[in-house]
Design a binder for this molecule. Sequence first.
Ligand SMILES: *Cc1c(COP(=O)(O)O)cnc(C)c1O
Length: 430
Amino acid sequence: MTSDKTRPPAMRLHRRTALITDGFDPQLSVGSARPAVFRSSTYVFSSPEAGERAFALALGKDTPREGESPELIYARLSHPNAEILEEQLLPLEPGATRAAVFNSGMAAISTVALALCRPGSRLVYTTPAYGGTVHLIHQLLEPYGIVAIAVDAGDTGGLLRAIGTTPDLELVLIETPANPTLRVTDIAAAAATASARSHRPIVAVDNTFLGPAFQHPLMLGADLALYSATKYLGGFSDLLGGVVLSSDPELDARIRGARAILGNILQPDECWLLTSRLPTVTLRMRQQCAGAQQIVKRLVGHPAIGRLLYPTLVEDAEQRSIAKSQSSSPGAIFSIELRGGKAAAFEFLRTLRIIRDAVSLGGVESLACHPASTTHSELDEDAQARSGVTPSLVRVSVGLEDPRDLLDDIRAGLDAALVVSAGAKRVPAR
Ligand SMILES: *Cc1c(COP(=O)(O)O)cnc(C)c1O
């Protein structure tokens, strides 16, 4: 339906070109150089037979013949803007041959979990994880009888033991680097251990922090790369979206089947917006990461900082080696543990003038947040302490502003935090 018939199929393109030219035929958008928006909820069949055939394919009663493109049916199943976006996402994720788009990152993650797990199934996940993912597990999956087993991010031994020995294991959900501690988890080792089992659990990686520019889970043996497209893919904090990428048609069909039932496909307008953001995602991420590196380098040793969390600063040899083997850049997010606890962290956020105090990340505007009281406030104190989400930690997502201005802003925040922490020293506080 959407493929460009004007280009010979044998023409093999580099990723950067494919990203702009694949999946879109101007003829199908009345000659428009960029895709039109197709907001129709339903699609007219060319014949009753074509309608019958489209349903047979949609319901999995038959598989498409070589070169056959089934007619569209109804927008909850798929629509032209989803098809265009899904095809243009593929060049961004090496190893991917299928993409499915969702209304949000959480829609993508929940649909994967509901498609793959049944009551009694087990799920292994790394912690700390995105707050919404933890919420999904505790509020929805566990009450439905899915047994979830948490493993600390970066604990390779614990993870491989859990993947190797947990009975009825259907899904391994890895978030790496972890949010907000940036501890990394070994994707290739997890995938290899999963492969060694007679019933292979699906290994899914939430790739929101480093992908699609710097980390490619499918190339490391994972089955699914998951995204909150709300973050770097969207890039401007003005849309919600989610993506699931894979290389297995059957797995993709199961997930799309669940998406059709749950009704959480990304809407046409959102697909159109997101499509226009894809050609610049790598450029933006590279620039944002360069800014973060420049800032972090100059923050080292600041007296207000207890610990600075960023992959280039990690001393643990195993962590360094995992990061080196699976990602090509430290990314554009870092966390600061302030001396002086929560009061210092709040003072830091209060003092910032350019960087805004908001959750979320990956946009062109820099944001900072206090995970312990916001995104990770659902974890109890013990779980927070275990996961390293301390009251003194703030997470910073570096945008595209001039890093020199961001650095000045952060330094002003740190100086203010220092005053608070000096005051706090007289009271024994955490
Ligand atoms: C934001 C985020 C999500 C959830 O995505 P939404 O688009 O907000 O639903 C999942 N995982 C990570 C790592 C995130 O940062």
